[in-house]
Design a protein around this ligand. Structure first.
Ligand code: SAH
Ligand code: SF4
Ligand code: F3S
Length: 441
């Protein structure tokens, strides 16, 4: 028997890339690869890339540059680029960085084993098609291999929304939903392998509408209700949602399904109607605030998180102030904020840009507000009892780390806490990025 080849994967970007990397590792497992966390011993290095902001995309080239020495020392080493930069700049990558052997776009991952074989044979292999077949069904999985307690499961890909700043509709293509029955089968398989919490993923996950095994069209709410019946699946989450696809039915699921966790990532990007319009978001600030009210009426304890872009073209100080006002009005438990980054091929990239130091200053002010809110929400957990799913041992002896229903990291030092357990924990302390507590009862 030949020794297994070693695969080093580095993943950038969103959770969908994390899921894709797992599936690609499984697919390459069929070609004799096992994963390593040491690039210097790898037979293949695979970068799964993100194109969302300029910094993310440029990282790929600097990272590739660093592999020059490795490749010179071991000419058999194959270097592969996957993900959204591969999709957007596939041929340019091959040109700019001759050490790259293989480029594969997100919709072609099921062809990776063939591409790998071609690269092994000394060819340059590039595939950035948008084929019609369901890549996830063709990727194959390895049933029986045990898993950690949490897993991602992509149910929907691509985006038809075309926000004026965003590359996703171009890198991932049009919205496609996987059939409901296949998702349920994958979820059951994950649970059989030890998974207790599944996060359903999609660029626009709440726009999910897949074919149900009963022949009907399943919404995300329906899919969640079906998942709710899977024995042993204790927690369900989903991300990322667009405000315009938060249907009444989906909001009702938060009230009805106790295994649907009280956490919702609901990006709004800006609090200014003028900017929202220029962003092509399709809703107003007021519409978003009313939606938040309806969600909180269904699940009063829900923790909301959001994404914000500052310094979008033509954003004035008054527009920015409207964003701060919206943040004050909502009260986020978690939020991510970015300085606008002009992306090639998107409409907003052509418009008049906000001065960089102005944008940087706004980002700082916004982040200060968000940090205050996050801290306040986290501090308010002290004294409360939460459910924690333990994910792994912590750094200190006897310590375990897990997540609460609200996605806060929680540390507990107790020999009785084991990976995969869900326990009631009384929160005793709120630190900068996590909570600490003790097992209750
Ligand atoms: N599908 C998700 C988000 C995808 S990208 C949604 O609709 O919310 C994740 C986040 O990156 C976005 O919410 C946005 O805040 C940010 N982002 C996207 N394009 C950007 C750009 N050109 N510059 C800065 N931030 C951007
Ligand atoms: Fe990008 Fe907008 Fe689609 Fe989200 S909804 S992926 S921000 S285009
Ligand atoms: Fe990045 Fe592509 Fe995800 S651009 S955020 S990896 S969909």
């Amino acid at each position: 028997m030949t020794a297994p080849k070693k695969l080093f994967i580095k993943t950038y970007g969103c959770q969908m890339n994390v899921y894709d990397s797992e599936r690609m590792a499984e697919a390459l497992g069929g070609r004799g690869y096992v994963q390593t966390d040491r690039p210097e011993e790898a037979d293949m290095i695979l970068l799964n890339t993100c194109h969302i902001r300029e910094k993310a995309a440029e990282k790929v080239y600097s990272e590739l540059g660093r592999f020059k020495g490795l490749k010179a020392a071991r000419p058999d080493l194959k270097i592969a680029v996957a993900g959204c930069v591969a999709q957007a700049e596939g041929e340019e990558i091959m040109r700019r960085q001759p050490l790259v052997d293989l480029v594969v776009g997100p919709q072609s991952y099921h062809r990776l084993p063939d591409l790998e074989a071609r690269a092994r044979a000394g060819e340059k292999a590039l595939d950035t098609d948008f084929p019609a077949e369901d890549k996830f069904e063709r990727l194959g999985s390895r049933p029986g291999v045990s898993r950690g307690p949490t897993a991602f499961l992509t149910v929907q890909e691509g985006c038809d929304k075309f926000c004026a700043f965003c590359v996703v509709p171009y890198t991932r293509g049009a919205e496609v939903s996987r059939p409901g029955g296949r998702i349920l089968a994958e979820a059951r398989d994950l649970v059989a392998r030890g998974v207790r919490e599944i996060t359903l993923l999609g660029q626009n996950v709440n726009a999910y509408h897949g074919a149900g095994p009963d022949g009907g069209d399943w919404s995300l709410a329906r899919l969640i209700r079906e998942m709710h019946r899977i024995d042993g699946l204790a927690r369900i989450r989903f991300t990322t949602s667009h405000p315009n696809d938060m249907t009444d039915d989906l909001i009702a699921a938060f009230a009805e399904c106790d295994r649907l966790m009280p956490y919702l990532h609901l990006p709004v990007q800006s609090g200014s109607d003028r900017i929202l319009k220029r962003m092509n978001r399709g809703h107003t600030a007021e519409g978003y605030l009313r939606l938040v009210e309806r969600i909180r009426a269904a699940r009063p304890d829900i923790l909301l998180s959001g994404d914000f872009i500052v310094g979008f073209p033509e954003e004035t100080e008054a527009d920015f102030q409207a964003t701060l006002d919206l943040i004050e009005a909502v009260g986020y438990g978690q939020a991510y904020s970015f300085r606008y980054s002009p992306r090639p091929g998107t409409p907003a990239a052509e418009r008049e840009q906000v001065a960089p130091d102005e944008a940087a200053d706004r980002l700082q002010r916004l982040q200060a507000l968000i940090t205050r809110q996050q801290r306040a929400v986290q501090d308010a957990m002290v004294g409360r009892e939460v459910g924690v799913l333990f994910e792994r041992p912590g750094r200190l002896p006897g310590q375990m780390v897990g997540k609460s229903e609200y996605l806060h990291a929680v540390h507990v030092r107790d020999e009785r806490a084991r990976t995969g357990d869900i326990a009631r924990v009384r929160i005793t302390e709120s630190g900068p990025n996590s909570l600490s507590g003790e097992l209750a009862g």
